[in-house]
Design a protein. Structure first.
Length: 256
């Protein structure tokens, strides 16, 4: 059946046979998570009808350039592997809408990442990124960006150009300030800044009038800006220890 999802135990069937069967039946989904794969054969590029590919929880350290031939791919899950970089060819997936790179060893993204112009969800949590390429600004359809658990000390200003962003997770980095260009994120509804190095409340947050949820826990902020009261849509405010914010937190929370 064409709509059937392949969930295969690679100890019983070779990856090449799996690809042949998926090619012959014009599969749109191929799920190969947790199959102890050390590499992906170039024959993967034959699956031109594939729309969803799950390669998570394997042992992949590289991807073949033929991954760029999956022209109809909409979602790609590479989470929980051992990738240190992405092939440039991956950036040719012009219809890709969701890319999951959680828990790899990625230190840098390819300059061509901005070519993924249809991308809406990008999860890069639990890697070692400290910067973003300039082309990142071209990901102008992104609504969800998860950069948590990386190595950012300064937030790249290109994020301020992602005008459709609604959900931004920056938790567990080394940030101590936010660039004022974040005020451009007028559609942002959820912002997670927990467990960074903030000691001063980032005033730019008070310009994010669509915020519904804000997490500041695990920082050392000793006071909030009084202007936080103007965030009329704010429903959830998670702050630092009450010892840091004995009064302003209560007054801000009283309106939630």
């Amino acid at each position: 059946m064409r709509g059937r999802i392949f969930r295969l135990d690679m100890s019983k069937q070779s990856i090449l046979q799996t690809i042949r069967e998926a090619e012959q039946s014009k599969q749109k989904q191929l799920i190969l998570f947790s199959r102890y794969l050390d590499d992906l054969p170039p024959e993967i590029g034959r699956l031109e009808h594939l729309e969803h590919l799950d390669l998570s929880e394997n042992h992949l350290t590289t991807l073949p350039p033929q991954i760029g031939k999956l022209k109809n791919l909409r979602s790609l899950n590479l989470g929980y592997n051992k990738l240190s970089k992405l092939p440039v060819e991956l950036c040719r997936l012009e219809h890709l809408q969701e890319l999951i790179l959680t828990r790899n060893q990625i230190t840098i993204l390819p300059d061509e990442i901005g070519d993924l112009s249809e991308l809406k969800k990008l999860l890069i949590t639990l890697n070692t990124l400290s910067s973003l390429p300039a082309s990142f600004k071209n990901l102008n359809k992104l609504t969800l960006l998860d950069l948590s658990n990386n190595a950012f000390e300064v937030l790249p200003s290109v994020i301020g150009q992602l005008l459709k962003l609604k959900d931004l997770n920056l938790s567990d980095n080394n940030l101590s300030a936010l660039p004022f260009c974040l005020e451009n994120l007028t559609r942002l509804t959820h912002l997670d800044l927990s467990y960074n190095q903030f000691k001063i409340f980032p005033v730019v947050i008070t310009q994010l009038f669509k915020l519904i949820g804000l997490d500041l826990s695990g920082n050392q902020i000793d006071r909030l800006s009084a202007d936080i009261q103007y965030l009329s849509d704010l429903q959830s405010l998670i702050t630092c220890s009450p010892n840091y914010l004995p009064k302003l937190v209560n007054s801000a929370n009283s309106k939630l």
